[in-house]
Design a protein around this ligand. Structure first.
Ligand SMILES: [Zn+2]
Ligand SMILES: [Zn+2]
Length: 430
């Protein structure tokens, strides 16, 4: 009889955000004894950003896969709404989340909208962070949790939850090595259900070394013209990846880091064990004599001579990169390299479409050479399919993508998996 009851226990999974969309990821797993929220992010393409739905139960714990806004940005809201539980993540995710929370609050104030949580809520959340390590299982009530390196950014994790059944949530991941990160650790067995990101389910990335070569060509031709090469990069991991590329190709001009890129670099530098090659970031920072920019006077001064400036805000939605564009937009000798995807509606996407940089204050025709490069830290379509086959679970939930339905259908019809693109809020049993 007892055995029968155990067998009847099922995991209930619901998606409070990030279903049939990219942004506001929130995966809620209810066992018979715990409610565990995996990620609780913001959708930042809209203004004000959108939150996931609120859980209708008292949470036992939150587990965070990595410090990107679409995965952690809404955590303080949980505390504002009365939740008070531990937040588990890799240690580095805590200081990185701190930057993201306070930056979101700053942007909301600047743009004059209400974010939905305050500094006090962010501090309450930050107090509750507890750290785990890759492949060191721990328990939340009766559930056993193991984190595996996801290869996406520093500290990114795939989460395996075991409670009668085994559920693996990939968060964002990449199988192939990049210059900064080792590819994901996927030696994980007997998974019943896989919750997989699907950002690039319909396309492969261009050849990485070819992309690096084009990027360096863009930088070099600017520097040869005595211009300033401005690089808009995502602050966490992408900016540092960009530095490693500049070092590899021996770009011998002054290199500066500004804004959130500088802050994130300092944090990543303190975790050498999370880099593909132990401490490679520090070696490169020293070898290239990279300078951190932290004041307006320094900004005015450095753009008078040829140099490379790497700034956060990869989609040009704020921060120092916007200030540089406003100063240099008319200079044909200068360039702007965008190193990632530009979401529709962002300053970066508008600039690529129209050749103009616009925000609420300006409408500028940009004469700098503007080019976009693909240094994605997400799994390509080929990598997504490879992971599904490797893990070979009984059930697959495709989330975190604009084409999740098409991807689930393909997994079902071409590859024979029981796959779905879940609906928001609906509960699924495993
Ligand atoms: Zn991410
Ligand atoms: Zn994401």
């Amino acid at each position: 009889m007892y055995n029968f009851i155990l067998l009847a226990i099922k995991l209930k999974v619901s998606f409070l955000g990030g279903a049939k969309e990219v942004g506001r990821s929130a995966v809620l797993v209810d066992t018979n004894s715990e409610s565990i929220m995996m990620d609780y992010g913001l959708k930042i393409e809209t203004e004000p950003p959108r939150f996931p739905r609120l859980p209708d139960t008292k949470l036992s714990a939150v587990i965070l896969t990595h410090a990107h806004l679409d995965h952690v940005g809404a955590v303080p809201l949980l505390f504002r709404k009365g939740q008070n539980c531990p937040i588990y993540s890799m240690e580095i995710t805590s200081p990185l989340s701190r930057i993201l929370f306070f930056d979101s609050i700053k942007i909301a104030k600047h743009e004059n909208y209400s974010l939905g949580y305050s500094e006090k809520d962010a501090k309450a959340a930050l107090k509750n962070f507890k750290s785990f390590n890759y492949r060191k299982p721990f328990n939340i009530g009766n559930s056993k949790i193991t984190a595996y390196d996801a290869g996406h950014i520093a500290g990114s994790s795939m989460i395996l939850l075991e409670n009668q059944k085994k559920l693996l949530y990939t968060g964002d991941f990449k199988l192939e090595d990049t210059r900064l990160m080792k590819g994901a650790d996927t030696d994980i067995e007997d998974v019943d259900a896989l919750v997989i990101e699907s950002t690039y389910s319909d396309r492969d990335h261009p050849n990485r070394s070819e992309e690096e070569r084009k990027f360096i060509e863009h930088i070099r031709s600017t520097l040869n013209n005595e211009g300033v090469a401005l690089v808009a990069s995502f602050a966490i991991s992408r900016s540092q990846e960009t530095l490693l590329v500049l070092d590899e190709f021996e770009v011998n001009y002054p290199v500066y880091l500004d804004g959130m890129s500088a802050n994130a670099t300092e944090i990543l530098d303190a975790y050498p064990e999370l880099q593909r090659e132990y401490n490679i970031l520090k070696k490169v920072l020293q070898r290239m004599n990279v300078q951190f920019v932290d004041n307006v006077n320094m900004r005015k001064k450095i753009i008078k001579k040829p140099c490379v400036i790497i700034c956060g805000s990869g989609m040009l939605s704020g921060g120092p990169v916007v200030g540089y564009i406003k100063k240099m937009f008319g200079r044909e000798d200068c360039s702007l390299s965008l190193t990632g995807f530009q979401s529709p509606g962002t300053g970066g996407a508008r600039l690529l479409e129209t050749g103009k940089f616009t925000d609420e204050e300006v409408d500028l025709t940009v004469k700098m050479s503007v080019k976009r490069f693909n240094f994605s830290s997400h799994a390509s379509r080929t990598e997504l399919l490879k992971l599904c086959k490797k893990i070979s679970p009984e059930k697959i939930f495709c989330i975190h993508g604009d084409k999740t339905e098409e991807f689930a259908n393909e997994l079902k019809e071409v590859h024979g998996f029981d796959a779905i693109s879940p609906d928001i809020q609906k509960k699924y049993e495993i």
